[in-house]
Write a protein that binds this ligand. Structure first.
Ligand SMILES: *Cc1c(COP(=O)(O)O)cnc(C)c1O
Length: 380
């Protein structure tokens, strides 16, 4: 870890680790499986431009984002990449999606008509992916009505079906439900006629789904988000054959060290009272940086390789920790919320088990006040 000069709070993003993770995930899949890198929400808080630039050089086939603005951001980084938009397009986003040559996800007859009309207006064609709801109850046409959606796409020559997919709601916690969703999806595919385009992408598996990925069957792509950033989707369902390394670490610095007498109440609301004479360090990061208030009186950080407990409430710009037992702590020292120091380590999963967040949420909650420092490391 390198402390950037004058940084108060920063994440270090190891692009070499990202590339290694991608290669390890791909190595665990048949080589004909295409890789859709999911980079919505600023690449899960890792920074869209840097992450996507590295992924484009490291061998992905498609990029997937949540919305048209994220799609345009990628279009401006690299020309020609297929970019899939995973969320439903608002009616007033349709024209931009067509104009920027992005691939919308269609869940309804109405959406199909809207995209066909936009394509006609712009005298273009649009590649589309059809989404099937196999039991999540979110996006996608309900599987029993999939024929209606396909018919609505095929009736418009402007719409080119390029893919069909579903999303697993519980792949990390409920393998039986996921197996049922997989079966429903395969049955639906079997019923649909007229989708025989040679290069149709058929995909379902997210990071957790890879656990039950099967090379038998029609699947020819996966959609991976969290795992490429080195984080298993749940502690019990690590993709056992693939070892990934965390890409992101999260640090701040000690702003002030001071001694306080026993009996002092700490921070707003005085929810913690010092039991003995203590030394505390005031850290230069708070909830405005993405430190969850749920870490109040519960979280810990690493300073000089030692674990230090959070005392009292996390505040907007500061967090207070106990350094009584740690000699030589000084203003300017690095304090690590997520990452390694000497032999100690706090993984995103550990951070989340205390904050009550899921890893996706913790990553995207790191705010824009936090500097992003990139480690390029090309020696893969
Ligand atoms: C976010 C998302 C993914 C990626 O999920 P991970 O669990 O992060 O791998 C895949 N598919 C869809 C539709 C998504 O919205």
């Amino acid at each position: 870890m390198t402390t950037p000069p004058s940084a108060r709070c920063w994440t270090e993003i190891d692009l070499g680790a990202l590339e290694r993770n991608l290669k390890r995930i791909r190595a665990g899949l048949p080589e004909w499986i295409r890789y859709v890198a999911v980079v919505k929400a600023d690449a899960y808080g890792h920074g869209m431009a840097q992450t996507v630039t590295r992924l484009m050089r490291s061998g992905v086939d498609l990029l997937a984002v949540a919305n048209v603005r994220e799609g345009i951001e990628i279009r401006e980084i690299g020309a020609g990449w297929p970019i899939l938009i995973l969320s439903a397009a608002l009616p007033d986003e349709v024209d931009d999606i067509v104009e920027w040559d992005l691939i919308p996800t269609l869940s309804s007859v109405e959406e199909a008509a809207r995209f066909a009309a936009a394509a006609r207006r712009q005298q273009r064609t649009v590649s589309v992916h059809l989404k099937i709801d196999t039991g999540m109850g979110r996006l996608g046409v309900w599987h029993e009505n999939a024929e209606d959606l396909l018919a609505a796409v095929l009736v418009h020559p402007e719409l080119l079906p390029a893919g069909i997919f579903t999303h697993f709601a519980s792949a990390d916690i409920d393998p039986a439900f996921t197996a049922r969703q997989r079966r429903v999806f395969l049955n639906t595919l079997g019923r649909l006629k007229g989708l025989e385009a040679a290069d149709l992408l058929i995909h379902a598996d997210n990071s957790a789904g890879l656990e039950s990925f099967t090379r038998a069957g029609p699947f020819n792509a996966v959609r991976v988000g969290l795992l490429q950033f080195g984080i298993p989707p749940s502690p019990d369902s690590v993709l056992r054959s693939v070892q990934t390394d965390p890409v992101l670490s999260f640090h701040t610095r000690v702003g002030l060290v001071k001694s306080l007498p026993a009996g002092t109440g700490i921070s707003y609301g005085q929810t913690y009272t010092l039991g003995c004479d203590s030394r505390v360090a005031i850290l230069a990061a708070g909830y405005a940086d993405g430190i969850p208030t749920a870490l109040s009186n519960r979280g810990s950080v690493l300073i000089r390789g030692n674990r230090c407990s959070v005392l009292g409430r996390v505040t907007m710009d500061q967090t207070i920790v106990d350094v009584t037992a740690i000699p030589h702590v000084h203003a300017g020292d690095t304090a690590t919320f997520i990452g390694d120091q000497e032999r100690e380590s706090i993984r995103v999963e550990d951070f989340c088990s205390i904050s009550g967040q899921i890893p996706w949420e913790a990553l995207v909650s790191i705010t824009k006040r936090v500097q992003r420092i990139y480690k390029i490391d090309t020696g893969i």
